[in-house]
Design a protein around this ligand. Structure first.
Ligand code: ATP
Ligand code: MG
Length: 460
């Protein structure tokens, strides 16, 4: 789309591949394999069962315990969503979610270590030692607001009532599968029968490593435009292809993202940066045009590659460095580091010609903070950290070195040095010095907030 013919432009990241190889772990058996009469569940729901033996060693033992206990109590219970997808693709699930026919009260009656959360969207949380929480959700239908769009338009007075009830309308397993976003996210795993239950062709999409919405992409993205960001996240993180009709709908409906709940959008952008595939995610965000809707300042900066004095190039290098560091340390980087680094280059550009750099940074960030609901906690710290960078460069962090911001500030500085192909030994030395001066660890003291107006007066 906007890729420029310039030899200095970084190689595009490896875009998600689109393969049609069969997944060796997935043993397909056709629907002619009728389920034994003993569990004539889900009759006439269009279910396909696939016999698949997932390695129990990769399944969370507590999650398995919950599933088995619910089944023993006479309920249906399955592993669902991301964990099934990740296990089938050979990855390591982040967490294990369970869907069940049991109501939240039933779940609480069975597990002592259980709490019901949410008012409209009630879920059971089962707690284990070490702070582990496993979410057990009762099968639900598609929200009424989505299901009855036309009917609601005809009877607007019913909307409030329907919306309140809509989130918590319990349903059958197949309804719970079909309300989900992508086919690969809608697979249920029956632990004891060792079967993947598939109502929407998710298994075929796992095999060909493809992302496809359940149903019409245009409808599903309009229902919830955050799904556009989720498609990018799964493609980038799991190295999957997005089918062409889905890509077309993402591009066609990208403007809908402006209507999405802003905190959800911000959280989803952070997830794109945290998952170890920040570079590929941002590339897809840019290429799809979704970046121009959510972060037009950054999209324009990248579009004008020629005019950024290498800034666009450094931007991609920084994202590469973020991904490498994430892989090395095995956990995501601090949100402050991620979001500051995302905007560092355009901020530097915006401040370059200005005397009052803090005020210029404020001016640059303000519309972004508004548009995607960046929490003040993050935006204030970002401005402080970016303002301190020249002092870090000079090796003189001063009192700042005694605040908790020094650690993310040094990370951001390090990423900047990497993007300029300069040595980072200097940062390592500074880190060691800060830790030594602070008695063996990074400081944890919060800095005093600095108001823009106060700083501005000092400078002018
Ligand atoms: P991750 O590994 O990032 O947690 P996940 O697939 O588990 O990926 P979650 O956000 O934890 O993603 O959501 C759990 C499940 O809920 C998804 O697998 C999907 O089935 C369903 N889901 C999440 N968000 C949506 C959405 N916006 N629309 C429809 N279904 C959704
Ligand atoms: Mg999840």
């Amino acid at each position: 789309m906007r890729r420029q013919k310039n030899s200095t432009f970084p190689d595009p990241p490896d875009l998600p591949s689109f393969t049609i190889e069969e997944d060796p772990e997935a043993t397909h058996k056709g629907p002619e394999q009728a389920p034994p009469a003993a569990f004539e569940r889900h009759a006439n729901t269009g279910l396909r069962r696939h016999d698949v033996t997932l390695d129990e060693a990769r399944i969370d033992a507590d999650a398995a315990k919950i599933v088995r206990r619910l089944e023993r109590a006479g309920f249906q219970a399955y592993l669902v969503g991301g964990c099934v997808r990740d296990l089938l693709l050979g990855g390591k699930p982040k967490d294990f979610d369970i869907a069940t026919s049991a109501r939240p009260e039933d779940v609480r009656a069975i597990f002592r270590n259980c709490r019901i959360i949410g008012r409209r969207f009630r879920l059971a949380h089962v707690f284990f030692s070490g702070g582990k929480v496993i979410e057990v959700a009762t099968f639900r239908q598609k929200p009424v607001a989505e299901m009855l769009e036309d009917e609601l338009a005809a009877a607007p007075e019913a909307i409030d009532d329907l919306l309140i009830r809509s989130d918590n309308v319990f349903g059958e397993a197949h309804e719970d599968a079909l309300r989900r976003d992508f086919t690969i996210n809608a697979l249920f795993y029956d632990l004891d029968r060792q079967q993947v239950l598939d109502w929407c062709g998710g298994m075929a999409d796992i095999s060909r490593r493809a992302i496809h919405t359940i149903g019409e992409p245009a409808i599903r993205f309009r229902e919830d435009p955050v799904r556009i960001l989720r498609a990018i996240k799964f493609a980038a993180r799991l190295d999957l292809g997005i089918t062409p009709d889905v890509v077309d709908a993402m591009v066609a409906y990208r403007d809908e993202l402006a209507k999405a709940a802003r905190p959800r959008v911000f959280e989803e952008i952070l997830r794109l940066l945290r998952a170890g595939a920040a570079r590929r995610s941002m590339w897809l965000l840019w290429e799809s045009g979704a970046m121009a809707v959510l972060l037009p300042e950054l999209a324009a900066f990248l579009d004008d590659h020629e005019g950024t004095d290498g800034g666009a190039n450094r931007f991609w290098q920084k994202l590469r460095a973020i991904d490498e560091k994430t892989a090395r340390q095995g956990t995501p980087l601090d949100d402050i580091v991620l979001f500051s680094t995302l905007l560092h280059e355009p901020i530097l550009e915006a401040c370059a010609e200005e005397d009052d750099k803090i005020a210029a940074a404020y001016e640059f960030l303000e519309p972004i903070v508004e548009r995607i609901a960046v929490p003040r906690r993050i935006s204030d710290i970002m401005r402080r950290i970016i303002a301190i960078q020249p002092r870090l460069e000079a090796g003189r962090p001063g009192r700042f070195a005694r605040t908790e911001l020094i650690s993310p500030a040094l990370d951001i500085f390090e990423l900047d040095l990497i993007s300029r192909e300069r040595s980072t030994a200097f940062v390592d030395e500074m880190r060691a010095r800060v830790i030594e001066e602070n008695g063996g660890s990074f400081p944890t003291r919060s800095p005093r907030p600095v108001r823009a107006s106060r700083r501005r007066r000092h400078h002018t």
